[in-house]
Design a protein. Structure first.
Length: 318
């Protein structure tokens, strides 16, 4: 299919949200995994997954981008508008795009980090060892507790499969990223203050176990970053999901300046702080590789987390 709009877009995080300085590359649009919270189901995109093939347009855009800025390091996300490993054709397409990025980066004396994000285990089916002179690849696996996968991510790989795939990605010379996104408060035990506290503690304990599992699965030298982000929904999503009586629609949520609906500030800070402290207690050096996605500066500050961008994190691997 022909891509008529831009292949490359600077990620628009929204008003007042910390900018992590990444670019989204649309290798395709839409996804068949069917996650209940996915924004693609609520946007004006093709109903079935499509892949774009007009690579000459992409080549022009990447040259324009490199010529327009003095930056030496770029961070590209090839798993935002579709799952990077959804099908073999997806992987073959992103491989071609990465080859273009590498060639162009070499010509312009740039270095690029490319994030391939997935909730599948398909890397074991068709991926191969890839080497690029001016590009490093990051296999960014999204993790949720198994009960959340079964409830809200029904078409995706199970937790064991995701862990095995993360380990396998290292064997293929990928850096790896751990993405705890979105962190979903489920199940909620009731509406009282005590119920919310207990539900939050249960969630935090689930994610602590998950963090320990993932960090035990990898060589920390290969870990690019750990990203945390609680559930956020557009007003349209929230309205439709509420109508469907989805259990994603927790009652203590608020509209934020970027137009997204999130859990209240105290709930988010409580979740993040406990998980960051847990990482710090396990492996203090990994806090420097931990970041918050789609959050505001005051949330970072309240979690005692230093703001860093993805290119800044990536510079450690040059």
């Amino acid at each position: 299919m022909i891509r008529k709009t831009h292949f490359i877009n600077k990620y628009d995080y929204g008003k007042d949200v910390v900018d992590l300085d990444e670019y989204v590359v649309s290798l395709g649009t839409n996804c068949s995994l069917g996650c209940e919270y996915c924004y693609l189901k609520f946007s004006k995109t093709p109903q079935q997954p499509v892949i774009y093939e007009n690579f000459e347009k992409f080549t022009e855009e990447i040259k324009e981008l490199f010529n327009a800025t003095k930056k030496d390091i770029f961070y590209f996300n090839l798993g935002e508008t579709t799952d990077s490993f959804l099908t073999k054709q997806h992987f073959e397409t992103l491989e071609k795009l990465i080859e273009i990025i590498n060639t162009t980066a070499k010509e312009h004396k740039k270095f690029c980090f490319v994030e391939l994000r997935t909730k599948t285990a398909n890397i074991k089916k068709f991926a191969k060892r890839l080497f690029f002179e001016n590009v490093k690849l990051i296999y960014a696996a999204t993790f949720s507790p198994q009960q959340l996968i079964e409830k809200f991510e029904k078409g995706t790989a199970n937790l064991k499969e995701r862990l095995n795939s993360l380990s396998f990605a290292q064997q293929l010379n990928f850096l790896v990223g751990i993405r705890l996104e979105p962190i979903i408060l489920y199940p909620v035990l009731g509406i009282s203050y005590k119920d919310i506290l207990e539900s939050t503690e249960n969630l935090v304990n689930e994610y602590k176990s998950l963090i320990k599992l993932t960090l035990n699965e990898i060589n920390h030298k290969n870990l690019h970053s750990i990203a945390l982000s609680t559930l956020r929904l557009t007003k349209k999503q929230f309205k439709l999901l509420t109508k469907q009586k989805s259990q994603l629609c927790f009652f203590e949520t608020f509209l934020c300046p970027d137009g997204k609906i999130r859990y209240s500030r105290p709930i988010r800070i409580n979740i993040y702080k406990q998980l960051i402290d847990f990482i710090k207690n396990l492996y203090p050096e990994l806090v420097e590789k931990t970041l918050l996605s789609f959050e505001f500066e005051y949330i970072w500050r309240n979690c005692n987390l230093k703001i860093k961008t993805l290119p800044q994190l990536s510079s450690n691997y040059l």
